[in-house]
Design a protein around this ligand. Structure first.
Ligand code: SF4
Length: 387
């Protein structure tokens, strides 16, 4: 029974979250982590400057008629402006559908930037968060890159300001600087390597084989996961994603007990005790592939629930269940949905094409030429990496 979309659209969390205590302990089993932590793991003592993130106000909910009119108008304006819509997996389903229906693309941040660079359109509309717009601009410097809102940011980006990061690097000149794609252009420009979660383990193994010690930023959970998988000597910046950081271990154990035949799919930005429960750990694209390939009919998914749109397309007969973000004594803030991805709405998408915005560059991404030159070096290494 394919009820994943139903759970997605109507999710109140009650089926999953309020189930603590009703499952006998004998039914609960944890996935064991067999990878030994051999090398030194030193955790950075610098606290992220932004441990409390000002969440944006949730957008207004639109009626069906209003939505249809906006979809029609956006479709027309994309065509009139020779623009292509490129959306991230975590955006709302209607944004992803609009991208698909208009010849655009839905993917992860690197796939989005590559698609934009290879597309014939002069204008790229990036539905995602600001660092994705910047990466697209860096790979397509001669194109106009616009976003429905430039205020859509990311807790990993906010938590790793370029100046403080530069000071941190300066204290550790013996380390190779590897940063996650979820960083500003100014942070990427200071790195030796930029990597996505899909190639993170392979790149660090490659660097380790050359005897290099790593300075990693900004996601501490992903850094810890890579370190455990590779045994590399890694110094970690103390950043985190507000969505993945909120998945709760005990509530996930309870959910698994409720659905004992389900596989647990986890994005490695999640805390270690969530990753320990996973049947499959991977990037967004890898999780979608696993949803299709795994034999399980039920899948408990620990990442932003926006991914359900593509995951359900890839595995239409499977039941998708959101991993719980709140357990006993806890409350969720993000509730498995990135507050900044959610800022990409049909309303601001349509407004982006109004002449006052287009002409004044209100929603346009600009990256300094000198910054592009510096940031493209580690980005180019990532693109060329063959594993
Ligand atoms: S889901 Fe997390 S990592 Fe992705 S954009 Fe939102 S805050 Fe950043």
């Amino acid at each position: 029974m394919a009820v994943g979309l139903c759970l997605y659209f109507t999710n109140s969390g009650s089926r999953i979250v309020n189930s603590n205590g009703i499952i006998p302990k004998s039914k609960i089993s944890l996935a064991s982590n067999t990878v030994m932590q051999k090398a030194q793991l030193v955790t950075n003592t610098i606290k992220s400057p932004a441990n409390e993130f000002p969440f944006p106000v949730s957008p207004k909910i639109l009626g069906e008629e209003e939505k249809m009119a906006l979809i029609e108008s956006c479709t027309k304006k994309l065509k009139e402006n020779n623009a292509v819509l490129i959306a991230h997996y975590y955006t709302d389903p209607e944004i992803q559908s609009l991208a698909e229906a208009t010849g655009g693309f839905v993917g992860d941040s690197l796939e989005m930037a590559k698609f934009g660079a290879n597309h014939s359109s002069d204008t790229l509309v990036i539905a995602g968060v600001k660092f994705m717009g910047e990466t697209s601009k860096m790979l397509s410097p001669h194109k106009k890159v616009i976003m429905p809102t430039l205020e859509a940011t990311c807790s990993l980006d906010i938590g790793c300001p370029a100046k403080e990061f530069g000071e941190f690097i300066a204290k550790h000149p013996d380390r190779t600087v590897v940063v996650y794609a979820n960083t500003s252009a100014a942070v990427k420009a200071q790195a030796d390597w930029v990597i996505t979660s899909s190639i993170a383990v392979d790149v660090i193994k490659h660097l380790m084989a050359k005897g290099e010690k790593i300075l990693w930023a900004p996601d501490k959970h992903l850094g810890r996961y890579i370190q455990k998988e590779t045994g590399a000597d890694m110094l970690l910046w103390d950043g985190y994603c507000v969505v993945h950081d909120e998945f709760k271990h005990q509530a996930l154990v309870t959910t698994k007990a409720l659905f004992p035949d389900a596989a647990i799919l986890v994005h490695p930005e999640s805390p270690e005790n969530i990753i320990q429960l996973a049947d499959h750990v991977g990037s967004t694209s890898q999780l979608i592939k696993a949803a299709k390939d795994l034999p399980h009919q039920q899948l408990i998914v620990a990442t932003d629930k926006g991914i359900f749109h593509k995951m359900q397309q890839a595995a239409p007969d499977k039941e998708l269940i959101i991993a719980p973000t709140a357990g006993e004594g806890a409350t969720c803030k993000s509730c498995a949905q990135c507050p900044w991805m959610k800022m990409n709405q049909l309303t601001n998408m349509e407004q982006v094409f109004e002449s006052e915005h287009l002409e004044r560059g209100n929603n346009e991404i600009f990256v300094e030429k000198s910054l592009i030159e510096k940031a493209m070096r580690p980005l180019a290494r990532m693109i060329a990496f063959k594993g």
